[in-house]
Design a protein around this ligand. Structure first.
Ligand SMILES: Nc1ncnc2c1ncn2[C@@H]1O[C@H](COP(=O)(O)OP(=O)(O)O)[C@@H](O)[C@H]1O
Ligand SMILES: [Mg+2]
Length: 230
């Protein structure tokens, strides 16, 4: 499913950063992206965060762009972090349609370029999984390809995760994307045998590094353990 044209190399060569995606929605992408951003900020880097579209603003709780900004100690505006923001909790292509517009890939690429230009490192979070449409012909996977950053995959530790994670790794590599690591989150203090086996099995069959992230107190980024991935 190619977009109309490829824009690989949309970020300047040598741009440091990661693109955090996951096996689906509510799997921990924001928490993983926030932990990576916090680790970089704590090491003194100027961190930009980026999320192409945020949906579900009508739901209670801190929206993704706000948690990412807090974790990164960033001063970016909502608009700079997430150019498209919608109230309904649905796929971004539909949320845009309901708002009477379409998400424009060139606006996303320009916003990501701008964020990268003002920082040492950029931490992007996708929306849903890789095959989620941002607009009718432009999927999250197309954006990841255009930005050219290594992927980090957030996944849950429990039953079902081997299949979801290996499918996502396959979809990434089929498009030529590099998978830097999988992060299982939240990783329990005392993992059960299934969780331990899931970690080892994904590492072996996916031929990928698998990291784990413990449960974090989201109100206190200063207390988070480091998650070093770039
Ligand atoms: N390591 C973690 N520590 C605390 N909460 C977590 C962790 N991993 C996942 N969660 C929780 O799981 C839910 C989904 O995480 P989130 O990062 O918002 O998912 P996604 O961005 O994939 O939709 C949230 O309620 C989040 O707080
Ligand atoms: Mg999220």
């Amino acid at each position: 499913m190619p977009p109309d044209e490829s824009h690989a190399g949309s970020l300047p060569k040598g741009t440091r950063g990661v693109f955090v995606t996951g096996t689906g929605t509510e799997v921990g992408k924001t928490v993983v992206a926030a932990a990576i951003a916090r680790t970089l900020a704590a090491a003194g880097r100027r961190v930009a965060v980026f999320k192409p579209a945020v949906t579900g603003l009508e739901d209670p709780g801190e929206p993704d762009h706000a948690l990412l900004r807090r974790a990164a100690s960033s001063e970016q505006t909502d608009e700079q972090i997430a150019p498209y923001r919608y109230r309904p909790p649905c796929s971004p292509h539909l949320a845009a349609e309901l708002a009477g517009e379409q998400i424009r890939p060139e606006r996303l690429r320009a916003a990501a370029r701008d964020a990268a230009a003002r920082s040492d490192v950029i931490v992007c979070e996708g929306v849903g999984g890789l095959m989620v449409p941002l607009s009718p012909r432009y999927l999250v996977r197309h954006l990841a390809t255009d930005l050219g950053l290594p992927l980090v995959l957030a996944a849950s530790p429990g039953l079902g995760t081997i299949n979801h994670t290996l499918l996502t790794i396959g979809a990434a590599r089929a498009a030529g994307l590099e998978v830097a690591a999988v992060v299982l989150t939240p990783w329990p203090q005392v993992p059960d045998p299934i969780e331990v086996s899931n970690r080892d099995t994904i590492e072996a069959l996916g031929e990928v590094e698998v990291k784990t992230l413990p449960h974090l107190d989201l109100s206190d980024p200063a207390g988070w353990p480091a998650l070093q991935l770039t």
